[in-house]
Design a protein. Structure first.
Length: 101
């Protein structure tokens, strides 16, 4: 996933603020599809989420109800229209690349 984003000159989506998380959720809602992988993980630091791209701590995550639950070792984060969820990193799925304008 991240390799494809790098080929495009970007990286997996990172949300840094509440507003950014809201905008992404609305976008996913309008698409009528989901979920999409993001560039957020807690791999190697259980419960402390950071950006995969630059290893910075994530300040705000709009979690779905009862999330994150680390069900069977989930360490990557996906976005749905209704919020964020932790998911197994090896799962197949769609993803969103963030590319500087």
């Amino acid at each position: 996933m991240n390799d494809r984003c790098k080929q495009l000159g970007g990286y997996l989506l990172q949300t840094d603020t509440r507003m950014e998380a809201y905008v992404v959720g609305r976008y996913v809602y309008r698409l009528g599809r989901g979920p999409f992988f993001t560039g957020i993980t807690d791999e190697g630091s259980e419960g402390r989420f950071y950006t995969y791209n630059d290893k910075k701590p994530v300040k705000y995550i709009n979690w779905r109800w009862f999330q994150p639950d680390n069900w069977w070792g989930e360490h990557c984060v996906e976005v749905w229209a209704t919020g964020f969820n932790d998911r197994h990193c090896g799962s197949k799925g769609r993803y969103i690349c963030e590319v500087p304008a």
